[in-house]
Write a new protein. Structure first.
Length: 413
C-alpha cells in the first residue's frame, strides 16, 4: 500500500469518526424502543448482579449474550448512560470502515481499499437509519464482528497459517454469540471452499480450527443455558418465535410483525401463566412453525420469495418523526456496483474466485433471511460485502490508473 493510499484511508477514517460522533451527539434521546429496551434491561440487571433476565422477569436465553454484555461493560464504566454507549458504537463503526479497507486491500489491492474506505466512511446505513450506530441494538457490534470474521477468512487464504485460523475462529465465535445467522454458514464453509477450489488440506485445517474455536467461545453460554433450563439451548430460545412468525398462515407482509403481536404474544403469555418454562415454550413455537411449513407449503414459499424481495428492496422505512419510506441510494449504488463486479469477473479471471466468494456469502444471507426475516435491517451486516464489490467496480473506471493489483498480507503491515 502506497503512502498516498494510506493517507486517503486515514482521512476516510477521520471523516467516518467525525460523522458518527456528530450523529451520536445529535441523537441524545433518553427513550429506547423495541429491541433496544430489552437489551438495556438485561444489561442493567447484569450490572446490578441480578442475572441474565429482563426487568422483573425470569432468567432468559431469548437474546444472545454478547451485546447485553457489551452494554453492561459500558454501563459499569460510564453509568447508565445511553450517550456513552452511542459514542463507543461510533468508534466501533469507524473501526468497521478500517476493516473494510483492509479487506478490500487483501482481495483487490490498494486502489480498491481507498475507494472502499471512502464509500464506507460516508455510507448512510452505518449512521443515519434506525439500525445504525446510534441505536442500542446488535447491528453495530454484529457488523464489526462479521466483517472481522470474513476479513480474517480472506487473509487466511492469502497466507494460510494456524494463527489466522485461530483468530478467524475467535471472531466467528463472537459473531455467533451476537446473532445466530452466521452459524449455518460455518457448516457450509467446506462446500464453499470446494466450490472455489481452495486446497483441501488448508480448507480442513481452517474449518476444523474455526469449529473448535466457535464451540470453545459458545460453551459457557450453552452450559449456562443447560443449568438454567435443563434443556440444551445452543443458541437462544428466540429461534422458535422467529420460525412461528415467519411462516404463520396469517402472515401476509412477509416480515410477520402483526403475527407477533396478534398471535404469538397472547399464546406466549398463556403458556407463561401456566408455568411452562421458557425453553419448552420455545420448542412449542418451533414445532408450530415447522407445522405451518408442512401444512401450507405454497404459502411458505410465497413468504420466502417475498422476504427475499424485501431484503433486496433499496427502500427503507424510517420511524422518527412519523413513519415514512425512502429510497436508500447508497444501498442501490453498491448493489449496482456488485452486479457490475460479477460481470467484470467473467472477463478478469484474476479476481474471479474472490468475487465469486463474496457473491456466495452475500447469497447465503439473502437466503437465510428469506427464511426468517427479510427486513432492510437484516441486510445491514452484509452491506460491507457490497461496498467491497462496488469499490472493485469503481477501480476499473477510466478515471483511475490501472495499478490495482492483489496485495498480500505482508504489504498491509
Amino acid at each position: 500500500m502506497t503512502r498516498y493510499q494510506k493517507i486517503v484511508i486515514g482521512v476516510s477514517l477521520l471523516i467516518a469518526l467525525g460523522i458518527r460522533i456528530q450523529v451520536a451527539l445529535h441523537d441524545n434521546t433518553s427513550t429506547l424502543r423495541g429491541d433496544a429496551t430489552s437489551y438495556d434491561e438485561i444489561a442493567m440487571n447484569l450490572v446490578q448482579g441480578k442475572g441474565y433476565r429482563y426487568a422483573g422477569g425470569e432468567l432468559t436465553a431469548s437474546r444472545l449474550p454478547l451485546y447485553p454484555l457489551f452494554l453492561a461493560a459500558i454501563y459499569r464504566v460510564a453509568g447508565h448512560n445511553y450517550q456513552a454507549a452511542r459514542m463507543v458504537q461510533a468508534v466501533l463503526s469507524t473501526l468497521t470502515v478500517l476493516l473494510i479497507a483492509l479487506w478490500a486491500h487483501t482481495l483487490f489491492g490498494g486502489l480498491s481499499a481507498c475507494l472502499a474506505a471512502l464509500i464506507a466512511s460516508v455510507y448512510p446505513a452505518f449512521y443515519a437509519y434506525y439500525f445504525s450506530s446510534t441505536e442500542l441494538i446488535t447491528e453495530t457490534l454484529y457488523v464489526f464482528l462479521l466483517t472481522a470474521a470474513l476479513y480474517t477468512f480472506s487473509v487466511y487464504w492469502t497466507r494460510p497459517s494456524w494463527s489466522w485460523a485461530v483468530i478467524s475462529g475467535l471472531f466467528w465465535g463472537l459473531t455467533s454469540l451476537t446473532r445466530p445467522s452466521s452459524l449455518p454458514f460455518l457448516f457450509l464453509l467446506p462446500f464453499i471452499s470446494i466450490l472455489l477450489r481452495y486446497p483441501l488440506r488448508q480448507m480442513l485445517r481452517y474449518c476444523g480450527m474455526v469449529w473448535f474455536m466457535v464451540g470453545l467461545v459458545m460453551a459457557p453460554w450453552m452450559i449456562r443455558n443447560y443449568l438454567v433450563f435443563r434443556h440444551l439451548v445452543p443458541v437462544s430460545t428466540g429461534v422458535g418465535v422467529n420460525l412461528y412468525s415467519a411462516f404463520h398462515p396469517e402472515n401476509r407482509d412477509g416480515f410477520g410483525l402483526d403475527v407477533f403481536y396478534k398471535f404469538y404474544m397472547p399464546e406466549e403469555e398463556r403458556l407463561s401463566s401456566l408455568g411452562v418454562p421458557e425453553a419448552e415454550r420455545a420448542n412449542y413455537f418451533f414445532r408450530k412453525g415447522l407445522g405451518f411449513i408442512r401444512a401450507y407449503p405454497g404459502h411458505a414459499f410465497r413468504l420466502f420469495v417475498r422476504r427475499i424481495f424485501l431484503y433486496m428492496d433499496p427502500r427503507t422505512t424510517l420511524y422518527r418523526g412519523g413513519k415514512r419510506q425512502i429510497v436508500t441510494w447508497g444501498y442501490l449504488f453498491v448493489l449496482t456496483g456488485t452486479v457490475a463486479a460479477f460481470f467484470l469477473s467473467l472477463r478478469h479471471k484474476k479476481y474471479r474466485r474472490e468475487i465469486l466468494s463474496l457473491c456466495l456469502i452475500f447469497g447465503y444471507f439473502v437466503l437465510f433471511y428469506g427464511s426468517m426475516g427479510g427486513s432492510e435491517r437484516y441486510r445491514f451486516p452484509t452491506e460491507p460485502i457490497l461496498i467491497l464489490l462496488a469499490s472493485f467496480t469503481l477501480s476499473f473506471l477510466p478515471l483511475f490508473p490501472r495499478q490495482n493489483s492483489k496485495a498480500g498480507v505482508e504489504s498491509i503491515a
